[in-house]
Design a protein around this ligand. Sequence first.
Ligand SMILES: [Cu+2]
Length: 165
Amino acid sequence: MNTRIKQLGLTALLGLTAMSAAAEVTVENAYVRAIPPGQMMSASFMILKNDAPESVSLIAGRSSIAKSVELHTHTNNDGVMQMRQVDKVDIPANGTATLQPGGFHIMLIGLNKDLIEGQEVDLTLDFSDGSSHVLTLPVKKVMSGMMHHASENMPKNEHEHMHHN
Ligand SMILES: [Cu+2]
């Protein structure tokens, strides 16, 4: 009887370990923004999904194509959108964090090559639970959140014009 209780205890412990190891974040719709030649910065956007019953945070990143990788958000200061570095991006328990133009994003600073649509870029993400994700992301063309916002009230032809600039 005593042995059996111990065994049950061990099974429960192993079960718990397996659960926390599986408490991983999944990454969806991830990409890096294409940039005009000569620009030194770009950004990566994605949806981070947390299936664990505890919140977890994205705390750092690195890439072979950038000198440094920072976590940023956009803040609206009296109508002026500004980028600001943040320590972490929280992903709530059983929830998601959306990194998108105009909001949270992963900043790639000091690029050592141009990012042209169709290329692939490596990006490693570190999470507060000690896990890391090594990602290979496509380079895609996107308008910045600010440009999108600014062009929303423009006539159609003006809007098209901005696209081609
Ligand atoms: Cu930024």
